[in-house]
Design a protein around this ligand. Structure first.
Ligand SMILES: Nc1ncnc2c1ncn2[C@@H]1O[C@H](COP(=O)(O)OP(=O)(O)OP(=O)(O)O)[C@@H](O)[C@H]1O
Ligand SMILES: [Mg+2]
Length: 590
């Protein structure tokens, strides 16, 4: 559905109702807002009537007591109106913020249960927009859209009713101008709707451009692309500016039209009001003329802004529609398994596993192998052979097309996801660290993991000295994606993270990027330690790791071509010995 379709369709009451179901837990606030709106309208119409009475009664009768009485009532009404307005604003916003807080948490919770395929096919920027900017728009349905429109309508209706009540002839004159404003408002609203969509599209463009360039600043500077990027940015900015100027232009036309109609209305009321009083001296109703000034303000002021409010409402509905679409996405990992095992031995068996990330593009073509409990197995093969894919399947990031994966003789789908994943620790090829302290990156905020435990573990795998040497040791904040550390250091932290979780099965996807000799040694030492006494699968790029493995699985183009020990495979003279000669021989001689 294109943006224009989304916004173009008539008001969607089903969607509206769905948004409002989220107010259920906040019914008290809901009613406070509603009553504040009604009372505020009541107070608003009281003032004009009192003004009329001051002029027609107190002034005409020169009655001082009456004057003071009316003024006191008027003050009371004003005070009441201020209180109502204040409560209205506060509670309408509170309701909006409460609702979006709930939807946002629900959305995030939902996202965390999605399959990896969902994220493969979604843009980060779009998902972030849904969780942040679109949410704000949904909140505005309550704080600036719906309730304000209802309150304004109440004011306008009661204002119009009072006009008819105090002087119907003048009221008819005022109503005669209304169509002009109504038509102008309608045209304005439609134009603004289109303009706003354009503005939002351009804001999204700006966002994604800036976000991507900042992330890729190294490339921009390295390849001297500053001028080109500046030029591109200037163009996007220009479009953004033009889109904004359009809204400014519409505003500049609409508001004077509204203002002129209003002034003409005032003029007509004064003229006919005075004529009425001249033609019929006994009428004695100059007070109505003044009352009408207030009442017209009550009628015209909301009218001028109602187009904006409708747009806010509409934008909120578009945002809600997009957010609900994510909430309704059925992309969950099925978690129907009931097996809960805390003492998995770690026997792993793949039988004729076929798998494709994208339909009809098979990546693994019948993989079969077994890793016995306690064994260390190395997987080697060219880039793109499907090594990382194997571990993506074992922890159920993705579902296999056919075949079987067993852990301790049970299909991995029979385990509950939580139980399965708590048995497997994985060090991914690209280590991800959060913008947090080293300690929190190791424990991932699991409070049962103490600092003492972390330090002991760090000492065991030989990384304690390195961590202690950092400015604040375990409390050192590594910043976004761990930029404060080198890639080798990041890996050591990831090792420690895996080691501390003490899994039955350890999977290590060695990074292809080379690290310095010192880090290399540390990593090697850590690897030896964390694989000790548990089932380990290492996707290996280092000869030392490979040679120590109990078994080497050699992969090529989504298939296993050889399985054996280092010596056996060399003797075979097959794919592995070619690989060895091409990649590792030099390393070994050196
Ligand atoms: N998320 C994904 N969506 C679609 N295709 C993917 C995805 N991840 C990997 N592939 C494809 O699957 C194939 C195997 O990728 P895999 O990551 O398993 O290779 P690898 O053996 O780990 O390579 P490397 O040694 O470079 O890490 C590749 O052809 C790749 O293009
Ligand atoms: Mg890989």
């Amino acid at each position: 559905m294109s943006k224009n379709d989304e916004i173009g369709k008539a008001f969607d009451f089903g969607l509206f109702r769905r948004v409002f179901t989220y107010t259920k837990p906040y019914m008290v606030i809901f009613w406070v807002v509603t009553f504040a709106a009604i009372l505020s309208a009541a107070f608003a119409i009281l003032t004009p009537v009192l003004v009329r009475d001051i002029i027609n009664e107190a002034l005409a009768n020169k009655d001082n007591d009456q004057l003071i009485f009316i003024i006191l009532v008027m003050l009371g009404a004003l005070f009441g109106q201020v209180i109502c307005q204040l409560s209205f604003n506060y509670f309408a916003n509170l309701l909006g913020e409460s609702v979006i807080k709930d939807i946002r948490v629900k959305l995030f919770e939902r996202m965390m249960s999605f399959k990896m395929t969902y994220f493969d096919n979604s843009s980060i920027g779009v998902l972030v927009t849904r969780a942040v900017a679109d949410m704000q728009r949904i909140g505005e349905i309550f704080s600036q859209g719906f309730f304000v429109i209802v309150a304004d309508f109440l004011k306008m209706l009661s204002g119009a009713a009072i006009m008819l009540y105090i002087n119907w002839k003048l009221a008819v004159i005022v109503f005669a101008i209304l169509p002009v404003i109504l038509i102008a408002t309608r045209l304005f609203q439609q134009a603004m709707k289109v303009a706003f969509i354009e503005v939002r599209a351009q804001v999204a463009n700006l966002n994604s451009f800036v976000q991507e360039r900042i992330a890729g600043m190294k490339i921009v500077q390295l390849f001297n692309r500053e001028e080109i990027e500046k030029e591109k940015f200037r163009k996007i900015n220009e479009k953004h500016q033009n889109a904004w100027l359009k809204t400014v232009w519409y505003n500049s036309i609409f508001f004077p039209i509204a203002e002129i109609s209003y002034s003409i209305g005032i003029g007509l009321v004064v003229y006919f009001g005075v004529i009425q009083n001249i033609e019929n001296v006994a009428l004695n109703d100059t007070g109505s003329i003044f009352a009408f000034f207030f009442l017209m303000d009550l009628l015209f002021r909301p009218l001028r802004q109602i187009a904006d409010k409708f747009n806010t409402l509409q934008m909120g509905m578009v945002a809600a529609n997009r957010v609900f679409k994510i909430l309704d996405t059925d992309s969950h990992i099925s978690d129907t398994g009931t097996l809960e095992k805390s003492d998995v031995k770690g026997n792993i068996q793949f039988t004729d596993v076929h798998f494709s990330y994208v339909q009809d593009e098979e990546v693994l073509h019948g993989i079969s192998f077994e890793v016995k409990a306690g064994e260390t197995v190395a997987i080697v093969g060219a880039t793109g052979a499907g090594k990382s894919t194997i571990i993506n399947l074992l922890n159920r990031f993705y579902e296999i097309d056919s075949g079987e994966i067993l852990v301790d003789g049970h299909d991995i789908r029979d385990y509950s996801l939580k139980s399965l994943r708590s048995q497997i620790a994985i060090v991914l090829q690209d280590v991800f660290l959060f913008a947090d302290s080293i300690a929190n990156n190791i424990s991932l905020r699991d409070e049962t993991v103490t600092l003492d435990q972390m330090e002991t573990a760090a000492k065991q795998i030989g990384v304690h000295d390195f961590i202690s040497s950092l400015p604040e040791g375990y409390q050192y904040n590594v910043k976004e994606r761990g930029t404060m550390l080198s890639s080798g250091q990041r890996q050591l932290i990831a090792f420690l993270r895996a080691y501390v979780s003490n899994p039955s099965i350890l999977i290590l996807d060695e990074a292809t990027s080379s690290v310095d000799t010192y880090s290399e040694q540390l990593i090697q030492q850590a690897t030896d330690k964390i694989t000790e006494g548990r089932t380990s699968i290492i996707i290996a790029h280092r000869l030392a790791t490979i040679k120590k493995a109990d078994k080497i699985i050699v992969m090529d183009a989504g298939q296993i071509v050889e399985i054996g020990t280092h010596q056996e495979l060399l003797k075979n003279g097959g794919y592995y010995s070619d690989l060895y000669e091409a990649q590792f021989l030099a390393e070994e001689v050196a």
